[in-house]
Design a protein around this ligand. Structure first.
Ligand code: CMC
Length: 428
């Protein structure tokens, strides 16, 4: 007999089904709770709430497991290309050779963005944060492709939107950066693969050719794979909830980019480097900053440490730490800011405060280090995360639509004043 959960309220016992996932994860299905009891659940930050069933990503925070469609992240990061992983996430299976070639060719053919987009780019001030520009331009794409505005239109139209998004986000990201510097943009080139093309658009200058360094493109490929999905995190939940109103995919992804921007989520990789630079500027007194992070009266937190679901270790951080070591040694980087990162990592891993709370370096700690080492400007770090997370957002949005998810609309417990009568302003 399948398990049930019993809840006793006002002297009456109610039964709710227990749902079991393929990895034996268990949940109490309370979808009928309000209808039968009048109660709702209260779970700030959704720390214990499963908002959906999903067949995309399996994550076990206690044991440090992350799998996309069943495939361990370690195997994918070592052996696959980013677009292969994107295909897996979005369509559910690894592509055959022909399927992958077709997918790559389609993406390559759509990397150009409409020339009118440049008018939009020109309107942003110099130094505009590329996350703000990327979120704006991604939602603008829906106006260039009005047929995309009905997400239920047909499979082919949706597929074209998916291809366009994957193809154009790197171009938009690189152009946002070039425009913010008031440098000429570099157009996409079909001879490059996805990662090389992005690097070329970022780093080529009119004055000299850019040679893609294979160490750099390999590191970036790994980083994008590690970021590609992470089940129901803040930005992904945002994409799903926006999409649940049947807003189009461009609008939903733009909302995801905005959610990712915050320093507690994807913005942490930028915040890590800014923190390290602040420590250096302050004389490099690491103990002082560790003490600040532990002081409950000080709002400072060690950026790049801790995670909502990984409380023992982040499997992505293990892979990326190795990639960071490889990149730093093969590029022969000597950077005092990165030296501070190494020292913080060493001290915090032994410090009782961090150990007791399960606070370990997360993926953003090391990704910040790699981005800096390969020359990505700090304000672009979170955009890099967005390029990586895009296939996950798309896959989750598509699954939400295919599962005919109801519109997202949580409840609340009201704690404001009881009814009171309006008082004219003269009498207040
Ligand atoms: N530095 C110092 N103390 C911390 C930190 C930190 N980075 N993170 C958590 N704590 C403490 C916190 O003060 C609390 O202590 P106490 O139990 O004494 O009150 C305890 O650890 C638990 O923290 P929490 O805020 O309840 O944990 P959470 O699961 O709500 O927050 C987090 C997770 C990632 C928001 C948080 O660890 C944090 O702010 N980290 C720094 C920002 C960061 O690196 N974010 C990137 C996350 S990984 C990328 C992604 O997937 O988005």
């Amino acid at each position: 007999m399948s398990e049930v959960a019993k809840i006793t309220l006002d002297g009456e016992t109610h039964e709710f089904p227990v749902v079991v996932g393929t990895e034996n994860e268990k949940a109490i299905d309370i979808s009928k709770l309000r209808g039968t009891t009048g109660y709702v659940t209260l779970d700030p930050g959704f720390k214990n709430t499963g908002s959906t069933k999903s067949a995309i990503t399996f994550l076990n925070g206690e044991d440090g497991i992350l799998r996309y469609r069943g495939y361990p992240i370690e195997q994918l990061a070592e052996k696959a290309s980013f677009l292969e992983v994107a295909y897996l996430l979005i369509y559910g299976e690894l592509p055959t050779k022909i399927q992958l070639e077709t997918f790559e060719n389609e993406i390559t053919r759509h990397t150009l963005v409409h020339e009118d987009m440049k008018t939009l780019l020109r309107a942003f001030p110099a130094g505009a944060h590329p996350m703000g520009v990327a979120a704006s331009l991604i939602v603008s794409l829906s106006t260039f492709y009005p047929e995309s505005q009905d997400p239920n239109r047909n499979k082919e139209a949706l597929n074209l939107t998916i291809i366009r998004l994957l193809a154009k986000l790197p171009t938009i990201a690189a152009w946002a950066y070039k425009f913010s510097k008031r440098h000429p943009v570099v157009y996409p080139k079909n001879k490059y693969n996805y990662v090389e093309n992005f690097l070329n658009m970022m780093f080529q200058l009119p004055t000299e050719d850019y040679e893609v360094n294979p160490i750099v493109s390999k590191a970036l490929n790994t980083l994008l794979i590690l970021h590609a999905d992470h089940e129901q995190n803040c930005s992904t939940s945002t994409v799903r909830i926006v999409g649940s109103s049947h807003a189009n995919l461009y609008a939903s992804i733009s909302a995801g980019i905005s959610a990712l921007w915050g320093p507690l989520h994807g913005g942490a990789n930028q915040a890590v480097i800014e923190m390290l630079e602040a420590i250096k500027a302050d004389g490099g007194n690491i103990d002082k900053w560790i003490a600040k992070a532990k002081d409950k009266n000080d709002p400072f937190r060690l950026m790049g440490f801790g995670h909502r679901v990984y409380k023992n270790f982040d499997p992505r951080a293990t892979i990326i730490k190795k990639a960071a070591d490889d990149v730093l040694s093969s590029l022969g980087i000597d950077d005092p800011v990165l030296d501070i990162a190494k020292q913080i990592e060493e001290i915090a891993l032994k410090d009782e405060y961090f150990v007791k709370r399960g606070l370990y370096p997360n993926v953003d700690f090391y990704s910040g280090i790699i981005y800096r080492a390969i020359g990505i400007p700090t304000e672009m770090f979170t955009v890099m995360f967005a390029i990586g997370r895009l296939p996950g957002w798309i896959a989750q949005w598509k699954e939400m639509l295919e599962d005919k998810a109801p519109i997202g609309r949580p409840r609340q417990i009201y704690t404001g004043p009881n009814k009171r009568d309006y008082v004219e302003i003269e009498k207040r």
